[in-house]
Design a protein around this ligand. Sequence first.
Ligand SMILES: [Zn+2]
Length: 264
Amino acid sequence: MRILVVLLCALSIFACKQEAKVEAQFMDKKQNDSTKPLEVTPIPLQKVMGKFSPKDDHSFVLVEALYADREGMFLHREAYEAFKKMWAHAQRDDVKLIIRSATRNFDYQRGIWERKWTGATKVSGQDLSQTIPNPKDRALKILNYSSMPGTSRHHWGTDIDFNAFENSYFESGEGLKVYTWLLENATSYGFFRPYTEIGEARPHGYQEEKWHWSYEPLASQYMLTAKAKLQDDLITGFSGAETATEIEVVDKYVKGVSTFDEQK
Ligand SMILES: [Zn+2]
């Protein structure tokens, strides 16, 4: 009997050790898996170029009215979740973030661009179709603040314009409070400013836009596809598109941005 007990004890210790060994191996595997880079499916070029409808795309969600100045805007779900957390933190600090513009697809951007191109929308008080007949010069003038269709970060659902479309708004009073808060807190929610001042660090691209913030974890995925596949000769389908190659719009305006790492 005593022999049997000893034998059973020995067997249970062995079983226990075996179990611990298997567990340790499993943990090892888990740790190894978590250190591997996540495999991300590349974003299709058509989506990078805004050739889709956000309302028919399950990865996009409608922005709730309390966050925006109007209804009917969309954001990529991941960017929206991060934005809502940031908004709640801002609210606790008595800072009001208001979405003025979010996702704009190719067709929407074409509307903005062509109204400026034809003079239906004035730019700096001018009808550009009259004051700048040269196509390249006219495109460059519009490109100070507006993207060519197919090249806008607003196609991605990752970028948001906050509160006002003038830098001066963010330089005093309520606007300065909003901007200072964003500078201090936005990067901890994944947001950064792609359009900082033009200068040595960012020689090309749009003028500074203090209102435009981008959700980096996802925007960087769109940028990977843009860098790999977007080319000037693919930018077509609107008035003035023939100037894209001469202007080097992809190199200068799509890639001519500040980075998250410079700002965090
Ligand atoms: Zn913007």
